[in-house]
Design a protein around this ligand. Structure first.
Ligand code: FE
Length: 192
């Protein structure tokens, strides 16, 4: 199906839902605005940059990520709880949904295509070091790789290690180093 076909089908479906009174136009506009403008990895990057800058916030985030993320103004879209796991030189955390594609929309937006693919979902669990190598991520031989399986009720996000040579950087400057993939745990945060 071409993009044009998809657009036509979506418009036909929308007209039908509106005509039958099953949805209201403002609700559709609200959802589009949510996904286009308000959700995305920029939210997660701000959470990470805040945790790197503010030890008290970091402690709250690791203790109760759901509340700490709401504190920053990012609301769960599907009522899910959040857990944030911290990378260290000795621990690399990796997030997957082995069942489908559960993902923290509020902080990371929609999942990338590879996250939903069968090979990632199976290999993240069976061969996480191999997956990391394919993403070009080097970890110490004696480091532990921990794999976290997100589900509908509970979604994981990684707090990457703060890169070296970032002392004195502002929260906005730090944010630019935090990629979506680093918060899934397949890569590290960028070097400045
Ligand atoms: Fe899922």
């Amino acid at each position: 199906m071409s993009d044009e076909d998809v657009a036509l089908r979506v418009r036909a479906l929308e007209s039908l839902l509106l005509e039958k009174g099953l949805v209201e136009a403002p609700a559709i506009d609200e959802i589009i605005d949510l996904f286009e403008n308000r959700l995305g990895p920029q939210n997660g990057a701000r959470v990470v940059a805040r945790a790197w800058s503010d030890p008290d916030f970091k402690a709250r985030l690791l203790e109760n990520a759901t509340d700490a993320i709401v504190e920053m103004g990012y609301e769960a879209v599907q009522g899910e709880d959040m857990v944030v796991v911290e990378n260290t030189p000795k621990v690399q955390n990796l997030v997957v949904c082995t069942l489908c594609s559960c993902f923290p929309w509020a902080t990371l937006g929609l999942p990338p295509v590879w996250y939903k693919s069968a090979p990632y979902r199976s290999r993240a669990a069976s061969d996480p070091r191999g997956v990391l190598a394919e993403f070009g991520t080097e970890i110490a031989a004696d480091a532990e790789v921990r794999v976290w399986d997100s589900n509908a009720e509970l979604r994981y996000m990684v707090l990457p290690e703060r890169p070296a040579d970032t002392n004195g950087m502002s929260e906005d400057e730090l944010m630019a180093l935090v990629t979506r993939d680093s918060m899934i745990g397949v890569t590290k945060a960028l070097a400045p």
